[in-house]
Design a protein. Structure first.
Length: 605
């Protein structure tokens, strides 16, 4: 919802109106009007009857009423904020159409996509397009969550054609479409009257054009998020809207013919005060490639014989290592719970069946590991709720956190029901003033303390308990922090079954290349996983190439979510967890930069 120059640097607001250009506007109006008359020749639904000037904002240049197709799918809202002040001395140069993440974005007129904007670090616009029509007039779009397949710079599009999905990429914390009009390719003019003339904020049906499906599927998944207790499974879109990808061939389980060990169907989970079940020291570090058996029966704070446990896993190592928590009856090869690099502590979450009163942990190198039980399977309790990954907090927009400053993220902010029991979330620490610790807890409850070093960026994901107050976060040093929710846990959600981990993307040692092109990942039936699974708890291990890689996971056929499940630093490896719906037996994976990845399933629902 912020604007600045974009023609040169790919940011929101393609030009800033100087005072001099404002004085010249009356001289140029006749030229603009001629261009507008050329635009009127375009075949377009609901074109306004007359060309006029906007008189609602006296402090900004009024724009002509261009005949356009309303650029976003309803329901939505907007107000005239053209010329409003923005940070850094910028002016707002468009209109913000507030809509839910995932709703369709339309071409405002017949034209050509002449420039694409991508969500990269530092971008204000995030994902978007420049759409140019004959005569040079162009429309600038920003903050998309993603793009439909088949479009590229140079693509010809028709008025009403779907060219993207509403999101919150770039410099904004609210899902919306930022829309600008540049008559003749020049300075931005106030688009509010043009948008108001064809107000489609109540129109949820898709315009009928050759490239759109006859029966659209409406996506209702973005902010404001439905409470997890009432979230509704969204049907898959028509096949023409499944992203064009290279479908991965079936990946064979590392133990041919094996069937994953599972807990009873429809398992429910109860969050508990953290209980340490295993903690090595330097002298008792895990031996490379040797499974360590850990007895978890009769542990104070847990059931006498738990069927399965959810664990917080933290590890340090002198060399690169992969740690896997698994049933002792199943091998750990070719799966990963957590990737570990020297010099810092890695943190993650494991979900593991208990067999014969024990679980096992294996590492590919000598590693110090701490396993803390945070939930256990019980007769009743919470199930796993897949949600589109959503950014719920970003101190870069609300204000950098001071040392010791505590932030309370209420259930409403988290997008969950007040009675929800937990969330799977990714925490990113950005440019801390020094090495420190991030404290995370259900407000007032026991804290997870995650140490971090002084580095530009560090990220990890865990499943943590929440309560009716919400989730509390506090750094010990000044830092920026973001929180992205990648799954929820509540009593009305479907049960989720812990499994012996199964690799569904990549081989035992060779990851699969990922990038901006979507990768379809087969899940159901893989390595003995049930063919009827509708959701999956996954661990995604990402190896970034020359640039930081933000990684996205979602059910195939749905728009790519606006928020990533995590960011792997250039040249480094990280593991992130997420709960995702499974569509037609698959999940989808992409990153905003070249990387490689493994995907392992730890639970199904």
């Amino acid at each position: 919802m912020n604007g600045t120059r974009a023609g040169q640097d790919g940011q929101v607001g393609e030009s800033r109106l100087s005072r001099r250009s404002r004085r010249r506007w009356s001289v140029c109006l006749s030229i603009v009007s001629a261009l507008v008359l050329a635009v009127l020749a375009f075949d377009q639904i609901d074109a306004p009857a007359a060309i006029g000037a906007d008189t609602t904002t006296s402090s900004t240049i009024a724009g002509p009423v261009l005949p356009i197709t309303f650029p976003v799918q309803g329901k939505c809202s907007f107000a005239d904020t053209f010329g409003a002040a923005r940070s850094g001395g910028r002016l707002h140069e468009g209109v913000d159409l507030i809509a839910k993440s995932g709703q369709y974005i339309y071409a405002a007129a017949d034209g050509t996509l002449t420039k694409q904007y991508l969500d990269v670090p530092g971008s204000l616009s995030g994902n978007g397009w420049r759409l140019t029509i004959p005569g040079g007039t162009y429309f600038f779009y920003a903050h998309f969550s993603g793009f439909p397949p088949g479009l590229a710079v140079g693509s010809k599009v028709l008025a009403g054609q779907i060219i993207g999905y509403v999101g919150a990429t770039g410099n904004t914390g609210t899902a919306h479409l930022h829309f600008e009009i540049h008559p003749g390719g020049g300075a931005a003019v106030n688009p509010t009257q043009s948008v108001k003339a064809v107000d489609g904020c109540a129109v949820t049906t898709t315009p009928t054009v050759g490239s759109n499906p006859v029966t659209p599927v409406l996506v209702d998944s973005g902010p404001p998020q439905p409470t997890l207790a009432k979230a509704v499974r969204i049907p898959a879109p028509e096949p023409t809207f499944v992203a064009t990808t290279t479908t991965q061939p079936p990946v064979q389980n590392t133990v041919p013919g094996s069937t994953p060990t599972v807990t009873p169907d429809g398992s429910r989970w109860t969050f508990v005060d953290p209980v340490v079940v295993f903690n090595t020291s330097g002298s008792t570090a895990l031996v490379a490639n040797t499974a360590k058996q850990i007895a978890v029966s009769d542990v104070t704070g847990l059931a006498a014989s738990p069927a399965a446990l959810m664990l917080r896993v933290s590890a340090t190592a002198a060399s690169v290592a992969t740690v896997t928590v698994h049933p002792c009856a199943s091998p750990a090869s070719a799966t990963a719970t957590l990737s570990v690099e020297p010099g810092t502590m890695a943190i993650g979450t494991a979900m593991v069946p208990v067999t014969n009163g024990a679980i096992c942990v294996t590492s590919t190198a000598a590693t110090s590991v701490k396993l803390t039980a945070t939930a256990q399977v019980t007769a009743s309790g919470a199930g796993s709720r897949p949600v589109p990954t959503t950014r719920v907090f970003d101190s870069r927009t609300s204000g950098r956190l001071a040392a010791g400053q505590k932030v309370t993220l209420t259930p409403a902010t988290l997008g969950i029901a007040t009675a929800a029991k937990g969330v799977t979330a990714t925490f990113t620490i950005i440019d801390p003033s020094a090495a420190g610790t991030l404290a995370i807890s259900a407000c007032g409850g026991p804290e997870l303390k995650a140490p971090f070093i002084k580095t530009a960026l560090a990220a990890f994901s865990v499943t943590v308990a929440v309560n009716s107050t919400g989730l509390c976060v506090s750094p010990t040093v000044a830092a920026d922090v973001t929180v992205d929710i990648a799954g929820g846990w509540d009593n009305d959600a479907g049960g989720v079954t812990a499994v012996a981990p199964v690799r569904v993307l990549g081989t035992a040692t060779v990851p699969t290349a990922i990038g901006t092109t979507t990768t379809n990942v087969n899940v159901t039936g893989m390595g003995g996983l049930p063919t009827a699974a509708q959701s999956a708890v996954v661990n995604v291990t990402v190896i970034a190439a020359a640039t930081n890689a933000s990684v996205f996971v979602w059910p195939c056929g749905q728009p790519q979510p606006a928020a990533a499940i995590g960011v792997a630093v250039a040249g480094h490896t990280a593991t992130f967890s997420a709960t995702t719906a499974v569509a037609a037996g698959q999940i989808c994976l992409a990153s905003n930069a070249p990387a490689t990845a493994f995907v392992d399933v730890a639970g199904v629902g």
